[in-house]
Design a protein around this ligand. Structure first.
Ligand SMILES: Nc1ncnc2c1ncn2[C@@H]1O[C@H](COP(=O)(O)OP(=O)(O)OP(=O)(O)O)[C@@H](O)[C@H]1O
Ligand SMILES: [Mg+2]
Length: 311
């Protein structure tokens, strides 16, 4: 569980995090997006009590990050951008050091569990200095979980990983979710955010938008509807374009792509008008803007646009 109120962090003149108020309920996977320098990592460091805020408050797992930083650290796991490991020590030993530091009850067992899940058990005796980037990343994720934290902060967990390693990590995140943990995930991979996250927040020093990926798309773009006809003709396009609730119609791959307000309410009238114009309707499907479109619009366009408008 995470709750922040006006959370702010300044570095000299530079306000890295500005008045962020955010609530992430227990068990949610929350995606944190935003361009380089947006303040994502700074927010993670604030929420895991590694640095203190300039203003505002944050409560994580019921503990205040300023008044109870030790309790916060004990109940969160953090994967940082540059996880430091002892290069000359083995993977297993690196984790054991941490497990003891965090006073894990059965350190050997915890280490074995997470080395196995992250597919590093066979390499446990090797020095970490010889690990590939992906292996180091997985090891760092294992380390963040050893003390079974309720809330897990993963700062770009799949960055630089090959597709197979990235998938292992994503599946691992899904598993963490089923265990009821709260996951705060920063990423530049919008596809990943869309697949994993219940909600996403878009950051640019302040929080520009927070919603489900689906709702964000709707808010910015409305929904387009793809209507496939057996006998597509320009008269059908004109019939659709003439309807009062239709913002625009394009032809794409032999289908009409109709940008309209309130699709659930207006689709029946759209279909009726097309049929009236002699169209043979084969399929009617939602055709959604990708999260990437939404992100670009938010980050470049500043404030969110009013609902229901097309591109
Ligand atoms: N310790 C620090 N001292 C001074 N400035 C800092 C410090 N840490 C972060 N900043 C500044 O705060 C701003 C936000 O940085 P942050 O690392 O949080 O961004 P980010 O969203 O994680 O970016 P990226 O996507 O590149 O990881 C940047 O302008 C950065 O230079
Ligand atoms: Mg960062």
């Amino acid at each position: 569980m995470i709750k922040t109120t006006n959370l702010t962090k300044r570095f000299g003149e530079n306000t890295a995090v500005r008045a962020v108020s955010l609530e992430v309920p227990r068990g949610e996977v929350f995606g944190f997006l935003g361009p380089n320098g947006a303040g994502k990592t700074t927010t993670v460091r604030l929420l895991s009590a590694l640095i203190g805020p300039s203003e505002g408050t944050a409560v994580v797992n019921g503990f205040d990050v300023v008044r109870e930083p030790m309790q916060v650290r004990r109940t969160v796991g953090v994967l940082t951008e540059t996880p430091g490991m002892y290069d000359r020590l083995s993977a297993e030993y690196n984790l054991l050091i941490y497990a003891r530091l965090y006073e894990v009850e059965q350190p050997e067992k915890a280490v074995q569990k997470y080395l196995s899940v992250l597919e590093l058990w066979d390499r446990r005796k090797e020095a970490v200095g010889g690990f590939s980037k992906g292996m180091k990343q997985k090891l760092a994720i294992a380390r963040a979980l050893l003390h079974e934290p309720q809330t897990v902060f993963l700062d770009e967990p799949t960055s630089g990983l090959d597709p197979v390693a990235a998938r292992t990590v994503r599946e691992f995140i899904e598993q963490l979710k089923t265990e009821g943990r709260t996951i705060f995930l920063t990423t530049h991979n919008l596809d990943e955010a869309e697949r994993l996250c219940d909600r996403v927040g878009v950051m640019r020093a302040s929080l520009i938008a927070v919603d489900s990926p689906e709702a964000l798309r709707r808010r910015l773009f409305g929904l387009k509807v793809r209507v496939q006809l057996a006998n597509l003709a320009d008269s059908h396009r004109q019939a659709a374009a003439g309807l009062p609730f239709v913002h625009g119609v394009e032809v794409e791959n032999g289908a009409l792509l109709v940008d309209l307000a309130e699709p659930e309410r207006n689709n029946p009238a759209l279909v009726a008008a097309l049929v009236g114009a002699g169209a043979q309707v084969q399929y009617v499907q939602p055709s959604e803007a990708s999260l990437e479109d939404v992100y670009m619009q938010l980050v470049n366009g500043g404030e969110a646009q009013p609902a229901g408008r097309g591109k």
